[in-house]
Design a protein around this ligand. Sequence first.
Ligand code: ZN
Ligand code: ZN
Ligand code: ZN
Length: 367
Amino acid sequence: MFTDRLDRARELMATQGVDVLMLSVGADLPYFCGYEAMPLERLTMLVVPRDGAATLVVPRLEAPRVVERPDVFGVRSWDETENPVDVVAELAGSAAVAAVGDQMWSRFLVELMVAMPSVSWRRGSEVTAPIRSVKTADEIERLRAAGAAVDRIAGRLQRGEIELVGRTEAEVSTELSRQIVAEGHDRVNFAIVAAGDNAASPHHEPGPRVIGTDEVVLCDFGGTMVGDDGVGYCSDITRCVYTGEPPAEFNELYDVLFEAQAAGVAAAAVGTPAQDVDRAARSLIASAGHGDYFVHRTGHGIGTEEHEDPYIVEGNREPLVAGNAFSVEPGIYVPGRWGARIEDIVVASPDGPDPLNRVDHRLAAVA
Ligand code: ZN
Ligand code: ZN
Ligand code: ZN
């Protein structure tokens, strides 16, 4: 699998005129070699020449963490007194064009630019994103398993099995995080809990606000399930519940959102430009008069990273291809009052849109 992925990267490097690909901190590295760099000050870097063997440059003290895959990459560990930038520069040889992972620390890029003054630099994602954004059947099954896990948590939320009233947002967030791990994830990526007017802030940080009766509680949560090969796949879901009977005005808003989200999912077919999925959801919200309250794009790709290509946003005319996996998550946010969002992960498949989150989309009234 890793060999296939690197072969594909080399093919793209050839068509793009990239001589060497350098991957460090971030999701590219585990995707291409099964090793995740510690996000610290010591440089870890996979150096992939277009022609030639890949080498993982790793601090000596972290080398024991590396699962060696000699058919995929060699290991070059560096000592505390060595300069890893020199090691990378030597491995890059006479490369004229280098693509470097988007999330590598800038201090290393600056040092590499000094050590390799004649090289021109590109974003690593120009090579990696086209590969990562098209999921294989195995990757889709892993995303499906992660989706099913958060569906089970959302179901408990909707059935009132997760206590809300009288607890703080932060306490409920901790509870959701615990369940994310209990359901098989290795990492919690986030657990947004936003009650009442806090639900009007799409990326609200759960805090000390105590959840009361008769208010909306928006929960947006997900984690990463890491496989035996060291590669992790993410979940991401949003559902809203109401602690009491929702007022008619909120039900009206929610019904619009419900239709808009379903329209977005239905539009997510192979060949459809990504922006048309956004338009399908947005047009319904706009024509109901809530357009100014839908303040973000409709979705983001998901895979080994929570947010990756393709982005479901106006201006992205790229047609969806089979294997693209992304969120469809319109929201309506009325500042000072309330807000709501519904989010599923959807895969564009030859048989049509394949939603990985199937738990009820309606607004559950919980006591
Ligand atoms: Zn978000
Ligand atoms: Zn989310
Ligand atoms: Zn999302």
